[in-house]
Design a protein around this ligand. Structure first.
Ligand SMILES: NC(=O)c1ccc[n+]([C@@H]2O[C@H](COP(=O)([O-])OP(=O)(O)OC[C@H]3O[C@@H](n4cnc5c(N)ncnc54)[C@H](O)[C@@H]3O)[C@@H](O)[C@H]2O)c1
Ligand SMILES: O=C1N[C@](c2ccsc2)(c2cccc(Oc3ccc(F)cc3)n2)CC(O)=C1Sc1ccccc1Cl
Length: 331
């Protein structure tokens, strides 16, 4: 006897018309954190995992498949062959070599260019209409490399950029001011990491400019207070590395928020690494983080965020540094 007695009109073989497929390349700490948040938030009907390490790849796939009873239904597949990624809507790249002790950022980029040359053309071959989301570091330079290697329009190639930097910044302020991080409206822009630029001039708490908010709360402040907060954002990354050897959960949640804006066409504004040429006087083809609107087709637009002369100067300096690094690369 059949397991189910079908009702008139039922058609079990017919599936949803829109299947969202996400590929994660690199099943390390970051890639698996992204996979976990994507599955938990029901963002993918199909999740493909790719890596060069076949045993780790199969182990991670099986471990996720074993959670099926606790997750929204999703097809989880994995292979070292990129054919497994065929027809992806979004390809997330967290693969790459990690910075060796004493290694310069330029040397790291050059090593990861070689890694990207083995990844990006394969993703393009099997998913020519996909959006590429780059996490691997140095993320701004590698997002530029991915854009050049893919031949995609720049709106379909972006990097997580200062999305994590901004999240730490907002979280720190939220703790200090005893308010939800969702109501701390502020961006860290520019180059991801040590040289990022906190935008104080438009930072606001629930719409109240930060300086007014601090005054109203009787909280003493000075520029050094604000600068100290930015230093804590950078220090936070190094503290996590010192304590657990890598970072994963925060970047995993930040990537899920970006994926949700893309696949659900939310048109939310996120600080992410975009092609910054033409914004804030930047003349070079470099990727830097600016507040960008994300929707189903990728980067829908970039917010013309008012900046002080100092903030603009820092951004242009980062653009110059990145252009110099990119000029050295063999892409
Ligand atoms: N942008 C950010 O905010 C942010 C935050 C945290 C980490 N990261 C970066 O994410 C990257 C990954 O970090 P992690 O801790 O997951 O590293 P990891 O070493 O744990 O994982 C990297 C994975 O990439 C795989 N890999 C290496 N070469 C490959 C190739 N050619 N093709 C496919 N897979 C390949 C490795 O097998 C490994 O599984 C690093 O570059 C790290 O700096 C970025
Ligand atoms: O939280 C993080 N873990 C990191 C990491 C993860 C696994 S190994 C290294 C990490 C931490 C500290 C320095 C560090 O150095 C690098 C090295 C190369 C590079 F291109 C960018 C940063 N990387 C990668 C990374 O980008 C972040 S976010 C971050 C990093 C520095 C300052 C501010 C922020 Cl928000």
């Amino acid at each position: 006897q059949a397991l189910f007695q079908l009702l008139p009109g039922a058609c079990p073989s017919r599936t949803a018309t829109k299947i969202s497929k996400i590929t994660v390349v690199g099943v390390g700490n970051v890639g698996m954190a992204c996979a976990q948040t994507i599955l938990t938030q029901n963002l993918a009907d199909e999740l493909a995992l790719v890596d060069v390490d076949p045993e780790k790849l199969r182990g991670e796939m099986l471990d996720l498949q074993h959670a099926a009873a606790f997750l929204p239904r999703a097809k989880i597949i994995a292979n070292t062959d990129y054919k497994v990624s065929e027809g992806s809507d979004i390809c997330i790249v967290s693969a790459g070599a990690r910075q060796r002790d004493g290694e310069s950022r330029l040397a790291l980029v050059q090593r990861n260019v070689a890694v990207f040359k083995s990844i990006i053309p394969q993703l393009v071959k099997y998913s020519p209409a996909a959006i590429l989301l780059i996490i691997s570091n140095p993320v701004d330079a590698l997002t530029y490399v991915a854009w050049k290697l893919s031949g995609f329009p720049s709106n379909r190639v972006f990097g997580s950029g200062t999305n994590l930097d901004s999240s730490r910044f907002r979280g720190l302020l939220a703790d200090r001011l005893d308010v939800s991080a969702h109501n701390v409206h502020g961006y860290v822009i520019g180059e991801h990491g040590d040289s990022s630029v906190p935008v104080w001039s438009t930072l606001n708490i629930g719409g109240v400019p930060i300086i007014e908010f601090l005054k109203s709360m009787g909280i003493p402040y000075s520029q050094s207070t604000l600068d100290e907060l930015h230093k804590m954002v950078i220090g936070g990354a190094y503290e996590v590395i010192k304590l657990k050897g890598y970072t994963s959960w925060a970047i995993g949640y930040s990537v899920a928020s970006l994926v949700k804006s893309l696949l659900r066409d939310q048109r939310c504004i996120h600080p992410v690494s975009v092609c910054a040429k033409g914004f804030h006087g930047i003349k070079d083809e470099v990727y830097l983080s600016l507040p960008a609107q994300l929707g189903y087709t990728g980067v829908m637009g970039v917010l013309n965020l008012p900046l002080t002369d100092e903030e603009r100067e820092k951004l242009q300096q980062s653009a110059k540094t990145l252009a110099e690094v990119q000029a050295e690369l063999d892409i």
